[in-house]
Ligand binder design. Structure first.
Ligand code: 5AD
Ligand code: SF4
Length: 436
């Protein structure tokens, strides 16, 4: 047998891309590729890209530029672009960077093996279709290699919401849910290979409809999977938080008390202009119901500042919403104009002002995040240990609330959930000791 070929995948953007990269590596495994950690000795370099903001998309072209020398030194090196930039810019990528051999959109990567064959024959390969067939089922089943304690599992893709700023409905297409039985099978397989925590992924994961009981129904089925200890899901839209899902946060022990529920803005005017289809009061009422079901739930959000037409008052409304809700974790972004989206047609805001607002919002969110971390000191939490820490004898894992936790513990505890007492809050992690 010939030596395996080496595949270097670089992943940008969201967790769905992390999952997709794993599946692409598996698909190319059938073509004789094994993954390598550096591009230096790779036979194929694949960039799995993100189109959500301009900066993320532009980064791809500079990254490709870096690989030109590699191709000169090794002419049969194959270079591919996958993911949402591939979907949005397709042929444009090959025009701007002729050394790119292969462009594959997020809905077509099950066709990678044939595309790789074509490139081996000296052809260029481009596929940005939204095919009828289910790409997940067309991929070869995952090899039975051992896995770490946590894994992502995509259950839903695409979005029908059309927020005025967002490219996702165009790059990932219409909402599509995978059938529950296939997801359960994939979860069982992951557990057999050592996984103890599964994060269900979807651009609109709580709009999942592959189970008659929606996402809550799927969670309750996963609750029955022996050996699976923890379930999480991300990302959700406020309008799809149904009562069954809220109730599950109160009653399903395996469902972790952490919820990422982007609101984007605290101004009704801007929410309307963004086409979010809910008001700030509706968001407050929803948070109240969720906290009634699970008082200790840690809430996370996404925010955009500098959306076209955002006034000082609109921004102050966002600050006020953040103060009232209190987020344990959050991501905030300056609005980025995305070609083809409705908001791109509107008069754009002054960039300096948007930057100033972003800094003010980030300061407030940081204060809340630090307070949430410090509030954990003196409490007992349960940690799923994932790996060894940097210091000898130390393990790293995550609490129920997704805080990174370090503790002195035996290596044999990797993959197990342990009770620990939090001693100290550090910048991005908690320091704890085992209890009992
Ligand atoms: N500009 C800035 N941020 C954006 N997001 C999505 N589109 C844009 C854009 N055009 C943010 C939203 C979303 C997160 C994944 O990225 O906050 O929730
Ligand atoms: Fe984008 Fe809005 Fe859909 Fe989220 S809900 S993926 S922000 S269009």
């Amino acid at each position: 047998m010939s030596d395996p070929k080496k595949l270097f995948i670089k992943t940008y953007g969201c967790q769905m891309n992390v999952y997709d990269s794993e599946r692409m590596a598996e698909a190319l495994g059938g073509q004789g590729y094994v993954e390598t950690k550096t591009p230096d000795d790779a036979d194929m370099i694949l960039l799995n890209t993100c189109h959500i903001r301009e900066k993320a998309a532009e980064k791809i072209y500079s990254e490709l530029g870096r690989y030109r020398g590699f191709k000169d030194a090794k002419p049969d090196l194959k270079i591919g672009v996958a993911g949402c930039v591939a979907q949005a810019e397709g042929e444009e990528i090959m025009r701007r960077q002729p050394m790119v051999d292969l462009v594959v959109g997020p809905q077509s990567y099950h066709r990678l093996p044939e595309m790789e064959d074509a490139v081996s024959r000296g052809e260029k390969a481009l596929d940005t279709d939204f095919p009828e067939e289910d790409k997940f089922e067309h991929l070869k089943s995952r090899p039975k290699a051992a896995r770490g304690a946590t894994a992502f599992l995509t259950v839903q893709e695409g979005c029908d919401k059309f927020c005025a700023f967002c490219v996702v409905p165009y790059t990932r297409g219409a909402e599509l849910s995978r059938p529950a039985d296939r997801i359960i099978r994939e979860a069982q397989d992951l557990v057999e290979r050592g996984v103890r925590e599964i994060t269900l992924l979807g651009q609109n994961v709580n709009a999942y409809h592959g189970h008659e009981g929606g996402l809550a129904g799927l969670i309750w089925d996963l609750d029955k999977v022996d050996g699976l200890k923890r379930i999480r899901f991300t990302t959700s839209h406020p309008n799809d938080m149904d009562q069954a899902l809220i109730d599950a946060h109160g009653t399903c022990d395996k469902l972790m008390p952490y919820l990422h529920l982007p609101v984007q803005s605290g101004s009704d005017r801007i929410l309307k202009a963004m086409n979010r289809k809910h008001t700030r009061e509706e968001y407050f009422a929803l948070i109240e119901r969720i906290r009634a079901a699970r008082p200790d739930l840690l809430l996370s959000g996404d925010f955009i500042v500098g959306f076209p037409g955002e006034t000082d008052q609109d921004f102050e409304d966002t600050m006020d919403l953040v103060r009232r809700v209190n987020f344990g974790q959050a991501y905030s972004f300056k609005y980025s104009t995305r070609p083809g989206t409705p908001a791109a047609e509107k008069p754009q805001m002054d960039d300096g002002l948007a930057t100033e607002r972003l800094h003010r919002l980030q300061e407030l969110l940081k204060e809340q995040q630090v307070a949430a971390q410090e509030g954990m000191v003196g409490r007992d939490v349960r940690v799923l240990f994932e790996k060894k820490g940097r210091e000898a004898g130390q393990l790293i894992g995550k609490s129920e609330y997704l805080h990174a936790v370090h503790a002195e513990a035996d290596d044999a505890m990797i993959g197990t959930v342990q009770k620990v007492h939090v001693i100290e809050a550090r910048t991005n992690s908690l320091h704890a000791r085992l209890v009992g």
